[in-house]
Write a protein that binds this ligand. Structure first.
Ligand code: NAD
Ligand code: DEZ
Length: 394
């Protein structure tokens, strides 16, 4: 029998016990507190975005594999890990659908406040990777025009249509889906600086659910103090969890980095890392282990009134609930920020936040209905209605 492995895992990573305990002894710790001493004599580290994984953390350890159950990797010193031949993996795309859902909910709230309609806006997507593409797929279904800006993909010969930054800055909604990078040719650190922010108008909406430092936080606070400014929705902040009260209160909506936290998004992250871990240590995945096994059945959504349909996307997930929870705090906002993230699944226990499913099925059904002439010149309302009925059908 193969020797049991020893691993340290973030206590807020779901399903670690179910999937890893047959092959490993597990020490669970709060992600921000994992330190070099905890890793001495361990084989693997399973982390989330809150653990800085670098030479200082690992050099005294015998860690051979680091798995982060996140899309972003800015907290991993990947060049050092490669140099040390320490295997590492992230969970690319694990919660892309959850982030797209968050963006659609945020846009819906902004439209209500502006008394505008979905078919009246354009969306500029900065970063056309997993999240940007997932969002675009949904916008296709909703018939909302969008534009992609992604110079690295243009250089790689991606055949889709891309626009320049100026065009993006003219869109009604600008939404950021780039990794945080500090050094490369297309670095994203402070991509939205004071100069860029000042080009926005009060008719526009800027959303950041990528990484906080893609927008210069200080410049943003200053910009939002002006009499006329664009509306802003933030899920991420520079220097988390030390988030400024002032900035939170200046936003149309602010949430504690939970855009990706659907049940599917979190569970898929652990599942992808479990698979990478098995590959790294040459282990078999047990027959009774699977992602679907840990996800509960979905409840059908009931839409009773015309308002339910008008606010259709908000019935599926209403970001205002999470915004309100961030505002309802007493004491330190930094502690509250981490606490809300930690308990996110628990707060949603009665009606857990779930991914929208069956993107392709929905798109196919919409197309076939249109071809059958059943949905002539659909308005945004028809589309939302159709979309919802299809989602409930799943
Ligand atoms: N708020 C959350 O909960 C949450 C959840 C998931 C991901 N994220 C963040 O969102 C980021 C994007 O996720 P993804 O899955 O789409 O990643 P991805 O790697 O699939 O796509 C990122 C895209 O950004 C592009 N890009 C890089 N630099 C750019 C630049 N300067 N300008 C324009 N485009 C640029 C890349 O070419 C790539 O296509 C992640 O790196 C992560 O930091 C946040
Ligand atoms: O990069 C990601 O996947 C997201 O930022 C992710 O949702 C962060 O989640 P956490 O670190 O809280 O697990």
């Amino acid at each position: 029998m193969a020797q049991r492995l020893n691993l340290v895992a973030d206590e807020d990573m779901p399903h670690v016990h179910e999937w890893f305990s047959p092959v490993a002894d597990i020490t669970l710790l709060p992600g921000r507190q994992i330190n070099a001493e905890h890793l001495i004599g361990k084989d693997a580290l399973l982390c989330r975005s809150v653990t800085q994984v670098n030479a200082e953390l690992l050099q005294k350890s015998s860690i051979q594999f680091v798995g982060s159950a996140t899309i972003g990797v800015d907290h991993l010193q990947t060049d050092w890990l490669d140099q040390q031949q320490i295997g590492w993996a992230n969970a690319a795309g694990c919660n892309a659908a959850a982030v797209a859902q968050y963006i659609l909910s945020g846009i819906s709230v902004w439209l209500l406040r502006q008394n505008r309609q979905l078919d009246d806006i354009s969306v500029g997507i900065v970063g056309a990777g997993n999240v940007g593409t997932c969002l675009a797929n949904f916008l296709d279904i909703l018939k909302v025009p969008y534009y992609f800006y992604d110079p690295p993909l243009v250089e790689q010969g991606d055949p889709r249509q891309f626009v320049d930054f100026k065009k993006i800055l003219s869109c009604d909604v600008i939404t950021l889906h780039v990794p945080l990078t500090q050094t490369n040719k297309h670095k994203t650190f402070h991509l939205f600086n004071e100069f860029v922010l000042q080009q926005l108008t009060p008719e526009q909406l800027l959303i950041n659910a990528s990484r906080g430092a893609v927008i210069d936080g200080e410049a943003l606070t200053k910009y939002l103090s002006l009499a006329h400014h664009a509306q802003v929705i933030l899920d991420v902040f520079e220097h988390e969890p030390n988030v400024s009260d002032k900035l939170v209160n200046q936003c149309l909506l602010a949430t504690p980095h939970i855009a990706g936290h659907t049940l599917e998004g979190k569970s898929r992250g652990s599942w992808m890392i479990y698979q990478a871990f098995c590959r790294h240590f040459n282990l078999d995945i047990l027959a009774d282990q699977s992602l679907s096994q840990v996800l509960p059945e979905k409840n059908a959504l009931l839409l009773d009134t015309i308002d339910d349909i008008r606010h259709g996307l908000l019935n599926l997930y209403d970001v205002r609930t999470d915004h309100q929870k961030l505002l309802n705090y007493s004491g330190s906002l930094a502690e509250h920020f981490d606490e809300l993230r930690k308990n996110y699944a628990r707060y949603h226990r009665l009606l857990p936040r779930r991914d929208y499913d069956g993107w392709q099925t929905i798109a196919n059904k919409v197309n076939s209905l249109e071809q059958a002439d059943l949905a002539k010149t659909p308005s945004d309302l028809n589309h939302a209605q159709l979309l919802l009925s299809l989602l409930i059908d799943q």
